[in-house]
Design a protein around this ligand. Structure first.
Ligand SMILES: [Zn+2]
Length: 871
């Protein structure tokens, strides 16, 4: 853009004047300030102008008849003064920032590990998915890549199987026990004992020897021992140090304890109900509700294998998937371009696994010939020559030092992987399941190895390859997935495709801690997305993530939210102020120009700040999406704009064009990062390109009515009151009171702030009504406090005065009539002391002084008494 053209765009009254004129002008500056041309159009217009010049220059040549060829002077290619930043991203495959080279032009293929859907999403999910969403938006909306973002839903998983079976069995149990009965209570007590023995018994102190000798053989005695043990634990956990050790040793301690505690209290209540012959359905369901956790595990052990209806598992996953996407929508996380579900890719998974077996990197083994597990052979794969001999395969590229970590490996195999059938055929501890043979009570799909289901890691290899091909540019997920999940995905895929590098850039979002601690249900610092959104807005949550490096560990602290709220307020105030000024300028139309361009040093400096900020922001985004730096740049720019604005004494001297340019850029970047709300948000996520507002259209007429009537009503009521005052000949102060009431009451409730200014014309701002009402309440409270203070001071002054008046109650002639003296003169001033001796001259003088003083006080007193001030 030429500097001339920029000046035309950004000045000034003259362009504003042109833009606000009702007639269409042919010049480039004729554009409404509030809706500038998108950059593309500006460029096109600018080019059109240039091409006119070119055509004008070309004409003489083509029409020249003299034969002498006139050529254009030599054009020079410009020299770059500031290099364009190159995008680098932090790659877990190198643990460093490396240049980003997508394989196919500006197309980026990206696979992100999605959620396992069996429970409510929490803040850890929020951080992970919001962060991916931010990076995706930067790549697409800022850096101009075409991103194909694939995400999976893990809807086949041991956790889902267990959760689905549990809720199904409890539901069934509930239907079988509509009334409170002794057998019902007995079953719950048995379930309670089993749960205690399995989970908490080891925390109880050892049973004293004499009780052991008694023999804890029968069930009732065992139950009694369990109860005694539980009581002992309940006592011990009062000690904070003991509780801390127990929770560190077993993070689920708190969860187990509260499940047992809840059930136990309900059992006591149920026993009392039974004693009072209350067998109501309500009593039964109270007992079952409070005992769900202990009961579910108990029922599953007995009847888990009878759950065979696939719908049970499907429904649980479908329910939580819907919840997950609802949560994502509320967090303004865009849905993936392509969504894949494991349950829909089982045939592809079977083929994929077979191929790995065929290549010699997996084996099928099992207890039965027709029920086999398939294991990935890590030892065969690690270090194996590729088929063309050009490279060696390598296992655990992301975290090679975790290769033998049994705990991590077992966790990766799933909660149902501990039985002998589940581990059957496994040759090495580091091998992992590609296909699991299903037991009764577990969903199953047909395969060459018998009925079974996919292992956890294989799904991402298969679905990523099915949608994106043999390799991909970016793969992402939470940092806790790095090993074994992502390392196993890489190994499977590279074994299957025979390729060297299945993923080029592996991005891992950092952990989230709450108030310095790992989030966990038992530590009571577990925050679901629901709860988080009750306390903060989606924008505040996203801003808190943007203010932290995306791959670092983040500590979510209530106290740190202050920083977020300050930043939010800084942007809000800036935008509200500018929007009000633009609206005002629009309303003023031609009258707004004073014939000056108002583009001096201050304006140039602010434009320079904008350019610097744009460059710094780009550097930050290209520096592995350094959003904390980016936010800092934008906040700094806003504060410079505020300083610029305040540097003018008169509002009319502020160059609105320059300020608008800053506001537009800042707003665009914030929206780009996903911080838009309301219309700004839906503009980005709605399909299509919206419709022009057509006021004749019925639907928008209704909207108009809804929108405008409250404002029109306020205006009309105000008019009525003005007319009434005029008719009654009211004084000017009544009119002022009326306009204050309009500003402070009616408009506040409508979300309109009127700011009185030096020129007598109020600045109109649109601010959320709740915010204005809160400010009004604050102002009223401050005024009430001031009045109270004033009243208190007045009361103190009154008491003080009464005290002084009281001193004057005694008449001066009575003042010295005490036993201290024996003779007085006619005014009542003593002349002799009690022994009858004359008073010394000096003493007399002092007494006279006191007498004079009392005379004055007494006069005041008498006056006050006469006026009724004192009795
Ligand atoms: Zn995955």
């Amino acid at each position: 853009m030429s500097s001339l053209f920029r000046a035309a765009l950004l000045s000034s009254r003259s362009s504003l004047l042109a833009s606000l004129a009702p007639t269409t002008r042919s010049t480039l500056s004729a554009r409404p300030l509030a809706q500038p041309h998108p950059p593309g159009i500006v460029r096109a217009l600018s080019c059109a102008r240039q091409s006119n010049l070119v055509m004008a220059a070309a004409q003489p040549e083509s029409s020249s008849s003299a034969g002498a060829k006139i050529s254009q002077p030599e054009w020079q290619i410009p020299q770059k003064q500031v290099p364009e930043p190159e995008l680098k991203m932090y790659n877990s495959l190198t643990r460093s920032k490396v240049p980003f080279v997508p394989k196919k032009g500006r197309t980026v293929t990206w696979y992100n590990c999605g959620p396992t859907v069996y429970d409510a999403s929490h803040m850890g999910h929020a951080r992970n998915y919001v962060t991916q969403d931010i990076i995706r938006r930067i790549l697409r909306d800022y850096l101009g890549y075409d991103v194909h973002f694939v995400m999976n839903i893990t809807d086949i998983d041991d956790k889902i199987i267990i959760k689905a079976r549990h809720s199904h069995l409890v539901r069934q149990f509930r239907a079988q026990h509509p009334q409170l009965t002794k057998p019902l209570l007995q079953t719950i007590q048995d379930a309670w004992s089993a749960y205690f023995a399995k989970n908490l018994e080891r925390f109880a102190p050892p049973v004293p020897p004499q009780e052991q000798q008694g023999g804890l053989v029968d069930q009732a005695e065992k139950a009694r021992a369990g109860e005694a043990g539980f009581e002992e634990i309940a006592r011990l956990r009062q000690d904070a140090a003991w509780l801390k050790t127990a929770s560190e040793k077993e993070p689920k301690f708190g969860m187990w304890f509260s499940a047992l505690d809840r059930s136990r209290q309900a059992q006591v209540a149920a026993a009392m109900s039974l004693a009072a012959s209350d067998s109501s359905p309500e009593a039964a369901s109270n007992l079952i509700d409070a005992s769900e956790d202990v009961l579910a595990a108990f029922l599953d052990k007995q009847f888990g294998s009878t759950v065979t209806d696939p719908a049970v598992f499907r429904d649980t996953a479908a329910y939580w998937e819907t919840q997950f996407f609802n949560d994502m929508k509320r967090l303004h996380v865009e849905p993936p371009t392509t969504l894949t579900r494991v349950s829909e890719y089982v045939p592809e998974i079977v083929t994929f696994v077979q191929q790995i077996i065929d290549r010699g990197y997996a084996y099928a083994e099992g207890l039965d010939a027709d029920k086999k597990n398939v294991w990935f052979d890590t030892r065969a794969f690690d270090g194996a020559k590729s088929s063309d001999g050009s490279f060696d395969h390598s296992y655990a590229k992301l975290q090679p030092w975790s290769k033998g970590n049994r705990e991590l490996l077992e966790e990766g195999e799933g909660s149902l992987s501990t039985s002998t059938t589940a581990t059957a055929g496994k040759r090495a501890a580091s091998d992992f399941a590609l296909w699991k043979s299903s037991k009764p009570g577990e969903p199953a799909w047909p395969s060459p190895w018998g009925p079974g289901r996919p292992g956890w890691h294989i799904e991402c290899s298969v679905m990523g390859s099915a949608v994106l091909g043999e390799t991909m540019d970016i793969h992402s997920g939470g940092v806790d997935l790095m090993f074994p999940h992502h390392d196993n995905e890489i190994a499977q895929s590279e074994a299957h495709h025979g390729c060297r590098q299945w993923v080029n850039y592996f991005l891992h979002t950092g952990h989230l801690h709450i108030e310095g601690l790992k989030m966990s249900k038992s530590l009571k610092n577990f925050i679901s997305i629901d709860e988080a959104l009750e306390r903060f807005t989606a924008r505040q949550l996203r801003m808190s993530f943007l203010l932290q490096p995306w791959h670092g560990r983040m500590d979510f602290k209530q106290s740190a939210l202050g920083e977020v709220k300050n930043a939010e307020a800084a942007f809000n105030n800036f935008f509200v102020g500018i929007k009000a000024k633009v609206a005002e300028a629009k309303a003023l139309g031609d009258g707004y120009s004073d014939g000056q361009h108002h583009y001096g040093d201050k304006e140039k400096a602010l434009m320079q700040s904008l350019e610097d900020a744009q460059h710094a922001f780009r550097l930050a985004m290209c520096d592995s999406f350094d959003t904390p730096k980016g936010m800092e740049v934008l906040l700094d720019l806003v504060s410079r704009a505020n300083v610029y604005e305040k540097s003018h004494e008169k509002r009319a001297d502020v160059n609105l064009g320059v300020l608008t340019a800053v506001a537009r850029y800042t707003g665009d970047m914030l929206k780009m990062l996903g911080l838009g709300e309301g219309a700004a948000l839906s503009a980005a996520s709605d399909l299509g390109w919206g419709v022009a507002d057509d006021s004749v259209d019925g639907a928008s007429a209704v909207n108009k009515e809804e929108l405008l009537l409250p404002y029109l009503r306020a205006l009309s009521t105000f008019r009525d009151a003005v007319r009434k005052l005029a008719r009654s000949g009211a004084p000017a102060s009544d009119y002022l009171k009326l306009s204050d009431a309009l500003r402070d009451n009616d408009l506040v409730d409508l979300g309109v702030a009127l700011e009185d200014t030096e020129d007598g014309k109020a600045l109109v701002k649109l601010v959320p009504a709740a915010q204005l009402q809160a400010a009004k309440r604050e102002k009223e409270a401050a005024a009430a406090e001031k009045a109270a203070r004033k009243a208190q001071a007045a009361e103190q002054a009154r008491l003080k005065r009464l005290e002084n008046l009281e001193k004057g109650r005694t008449a001066p002639e009575q003042l010295f009539r005490t036993a201290e003296y024996s003779e007085w003169d006619e005014r009542g001033i003593p002349t002799k002391d009690k022994e009858g001796a004359d008073l010394a001259k000096k003493r007399r003088k002092n007494l006279e002084k006191d007498w004079d003083k009392q005379t004055k006080l007494h006069k005041d007193f008498l006056d006050a008494q006469a006026s009724g001030e004192i009795q």
